[in-house]
Design a protein around this ligand. Sequence first.
Ligand code: SF4
Length: 83
Amino acid sequence: MGDDDAPRRLTKMDDWGGEVMRRLDDGWCAALDRDTMRCTIYERRPGLCRDYEMGDSDCLVERSLYAKNHPGSFLLIAAPVNS
Ligand code: SF4
């Protein structure tokens, strides 16, 4: 996460010594507000999060992969407004 400014209480060191966002037991990011499904540190979110625009094709692919690997998990899939 290098120059990122995410609150340290929401980060941890991975097995390779890199700083990453902490995950809850069910795999969701610790910075996610589960009631609103919004980022609680949006202005301070890591650069990697900034690279993904919510609902774009990369985002949808990642969400689909997560859902496939975590059956039964709650997942919001962006859909066109008129669908
Ligand atoms: S954008 Fe999502 S993954 Fe990134 S810090 Fe916020 S809640 Fe976590």
